[in-house]
Design a protein around this ligand. Structure first.
Ligand SMILES: Nc1ncnc2c1ncn2[C@@H]1O[C@H](COP(=O)(O)OP(=O)(O)OP(=O)(O)O)[C@@H](O)[C@H]1O
Length: 750
């Protein structure tokens, strides 16, 4: 072990020296090319350095002893010295037996050794022995198959997900090392390691297909920002920092939409028919006036015949261009007609092409003409289109004719109020859809076309401001994640995001480019995505190299999927493959038995995963007089100060009230998914915000309300019950739902 760490220290020193040398070669001096080369060298050394620092804990965690008497050490990265391999990267093919060998199929091993280290010292050794014949009695005594796994699972949760390189199980390893191309679905019940496996798969794919994925990047989509915070340390701890983590609400550059619509609204907005709605909303902005329009130019008047507009529109639509590009066709046709009219006013019946072009340019700048053209075929940003649609009953009536009046009413909204975010998570795929149909607008054109509707302009400006703030936050996060904050400041990096992108890593560039095509996309909690969200995600991965991770039984969103086939067939022609995970590493058997009752109430044919652990205290229930006061008391009493994590999962409609009550009564408790939520001793969350997370203890409040509050209430309750790693309690005021009859009742609190 000491030899490995000595080698690591040497590599850190030499890399640091190289970095210092490059950074010392003058700040902004030299040619552009010199600066650019220097920047990219510095970026490379800095990335290598952060990789070398990230593997300090558990650098080496295994040893393979082969039948031919050779041994290999397995670790987080590969290390060698003078051509000799000291440590094998866990992702290398020769490391595979560490995860796959079994007594029935030992893969050339006599022994697999798990090493637990602390502060560079080995503190525990667990062996799996495959050559039972050749064992001494002492060796036989140490036979301890699951010890390493069980030790890892028994550890207290820190609020952050840890990597599992040392204890990946065989069924998980098959998924991690599955081929890159095609769509792989990983279906598995709660706690089966879907998320952690997906993250290790990302690390494996980057290692195995480095060249391809370095260029195109890997995107991981998670259900909410808290979840991304929960998992963000896993890949850096595996030495991979250039992976982009995003929620659906962040996938339209410049926006971070975190508010969720009510379930009925989210369902309507996520409906596949919304693609038609957006297309019709665009068409609705390509107008033909009912009768001819009079254009007063001062010196004379021109008449814009509705038939001319109609012909112009047909021509523009037939051009096959996107809305903002097709505008040029529309405008040119109309200006040609107006120019001929204008020529007549000047007493000229015949004009040549050059004169026509001159007149067209003159007319183009006439305010009356500009106003008319902008009304008939305005340049539109996706923001303007959506705002115009959702704030107008008439526009909605036209565009969303396929929906009922009630469904349209769910989409109708007040215009934005300054300082308050207007977009919801389900608007983001709609913005993306709109962007696909509208096409880009040249920045200079946008500035020149100052005749847009006031509100729309304000919204566009707001979006711009959002973008600036977003870039800054993102840049800070990137720097924090890569540990480079001492070397580059966030403002500069944010500037680079928007301007010169040549020095940025792939993930940084991809984050700001809506049209970026990723080399591989991993979608976690994929059952929650609406059909419209899938359209957006699929656009980001035209190669269809994807890992889709989820559990249909945990679908909470009304817009979410009901089967993988229904979700994926339209994009893959049925060509996707499925792997299943069947063992629950999180929830002890006693808690899982209760969750299994809820699962059976959703669909009796669904099997819960088998728990690998048992021995937890039986889950309990406690009736209280008033919910807020009673809950706060129970939470305070349950916190044992031992440093574990606790979540209080509450109905969506009561989250503000209960969050405030618990935060006021329990020192250190936090209400809602804030930046500090994961580190707090107790956090109050809705089930949607707890998706994908886990806690040592979980208290579920008023399960009856969780069940009835949403169309998929039983799925929500199932998710809530399966977040616990050690203890589970239920606090309620009204009678308990019959499906929870297995709970052990504690004496009620007055
Ligand atoms: N092989 C393993 N070794 C150690 N810990 C593991 C292993 N597999 C899974 N775990 C742990 O089990 C817990 C559950 O894993 P994870 O969150 O990935 O499950 P999931 O299937 O995504 O769950 P859910 O669907 O409920 O969100 C995590 O703490 C994870 O680290």
């Amino acid at each position: 072990m000491s030899r490995l760490y000595t080698r690591l220290d040497v590599l850190r020193e030499t890399t640091q020296r190289s970095l210092d040398q490059v950074l010392g070669q003058g700040g902004s001096g030299g040619t552009h090319q010199n600066r650019s080369e220097r920047d990219s060298m510095a970026g490379m050394y800095a990335a290598r350095l952060s990789r070398l620092w990230s593997v300090e804990n558990g650098l080496c965690f295994g040893r393979l002893d082969h039948t031919d008497q050779t041994s290999l050490y397995i670790g987080r990265i590969g290390l060698s010295e003078e051509e000799r391999r000291l440590l094998i990267d866990w992702r290398a093919p020769v490391a595979q037996p560490f995860y796959r060998a079994t007594p029935a199929s030992p893969m050339g091993l006599t022994r697999r050794r798990h090493l637990q280290t602390r502060d560079r010292r080995v503190v525990a050794v667990n062996d799996d022995l495959f050559d039972l014949e050749g064992l001494t009695d002492a060796d036989r005594a140490t036979l301890n198959g699951e010890a390493a796994l069980l030790a890892a699972l028994a550890e207290k949760r820190t609020g952050r997900m840890r990597d599992i390189v040392a204890t990946i199980q065989s069924e998980q390893d098959r998924i991690i090392r599955a081929d890159l191309p095609g769509v792989l679905v990983v279906q598995g019940g709660p706690g089966t390691g879907k998320t952690v496996v997906a993250l290790h798969r990302a690390a494996y794919l980057l290692y195995t297909h480095r060249e391809r994925l370095d260029r195109r990047g890997v995107l991981i989509i998670g259900p909410n920002l808290t979840f991304l915070r929960y998992i963000e340390q896993v890949l850096p701890s595996l030495g991979e920092t250039d992976v982009l983590l995003m929620t659906i609400g962040e996938m339209f550059p410049g926006l971070t939409a975190t508010t969720r619509d009510r379930p009925e609204t989210a369902q309507v907005k996520g409906d596949a028919r919304m693609a038609q709605v957006i297309a019709r909303a665009v068409r609705d902005r390509q107008r033909v006036p009912k009768r001819s329009v009079e254009l007063d130019l001062g010196k004379y008047k021109l008449f814009l015949d509705w038939r001319v507009c109609d012909a112009a529109r047909t021509k523009a639509v037939r051009s096959g261009r996107l809305h903002n590009q097709a505008r040029a066709v529309f405008v040119r046709h109309i200006l040609n007609k107006l120019a001929r009219q204008a020529a007549k006013h000047m007493g000229r019946n015949l004009i040549d092409e050059d004169e026509l072009a001159d007149l067209r340019e003159e007319l183009r700048t006439e305010p009356a003409v500009k106003t008319a053209l902008n009304r008939l075929w305005p340049y539109l940003t996706p923001h303007q289109l959506l705002l115009g649609l959702f704030t107008s009953r008439e526009r909605l009536a036209y565009a969303a004719e396929a929906f009922t009046r009630e469904e349209r009413a769910l989409m109708l909204r007040e215009p934005p109020v300054r300082g308050r975010s207007w977009y919801t998570e389900s608007d983001v795929p709609l913005l993306d859809e709109a962007a696909e149909l509208l096409g880009e607008i040249d920045q200079s054109v946008l500035v020149a076309t100052a005749l847009q509707n006031e509100e729309e302009l304000a919204a566009a400006r707001e979006a711009e401001e959002h973008e600036r703030r977003y870039e800054l936050t993102y840049a800070r996060e990137v720097l924090e994640l890569t540990g480079l904050s001492d070397m580059i400041d966030a403002e500069r990096l944010a500037e680079r995001h928007r301007g010169d992108v040549s020095h940025l890593t792939t993930a940084e560039r991809a984050a700001t480019d809506r049209t970026w095509a990723f080399g591989h996309v991993i979608v976690d909690e994929a059952q929650e995505l609406s059909p419209m969200a899938w359209r957006m995600v699929m656009r980001r991965c035209p190669a269809r190299s994807m890992t889709v991770v989820g559990d249909i039984a945990q679908t909470g969103s009304s817009a979410g999927g009901r089967s993988w086939g229904a979700v994926l067939d339209p994009y893959t022609g049925g060509r996707w493959r499925e792997e299943r995970l069947t063992v629950n590493y999180r929830t002890p058997a006693e808690i899982m038995a209760l969750a299994a009752d809820v699962l059976a109430s959703i669909d009796a044919s669904l099997d819960p995963p088998d728990s690998v652990r048992e021995g937890a205290a039986p889950p309990w229930s406690q009736q209280v007089g008033t919910l807020a006061g009673g809950l706060a008391k129970v939470v305070a009493a349950e916190l044992d100060g031992s440093g574990g994590t606790m979540a209080v999962l509450v109905p969506e409609s009561a989250v503000d009230e209960l969050g405030a009550a618990v935060a006021a009564a329990v020192p250190g408790a936090v209400a809602g998914p804030s930046a500090t939520a994961l580190e707090a001793p107790a956090v109050v969350l809705t089930v949607a915000d707890a998706k994908g997370l886990e806690f040592d203890a979980v208290i579920v409040a008023e399960p009856e309300r969780i069940l009835t509050e949403s169309p998929r209430g039983a799925n929500d309750l199932y998710v809530a019950l399966t977040r616990a790693t050690r203890g589970l309690g239920v606090v309620h005021t009204t009678s308990l739902p019959p499906v929870l009859s297995r709970l052990t009742a504690r004496p009620p609190l007055p």
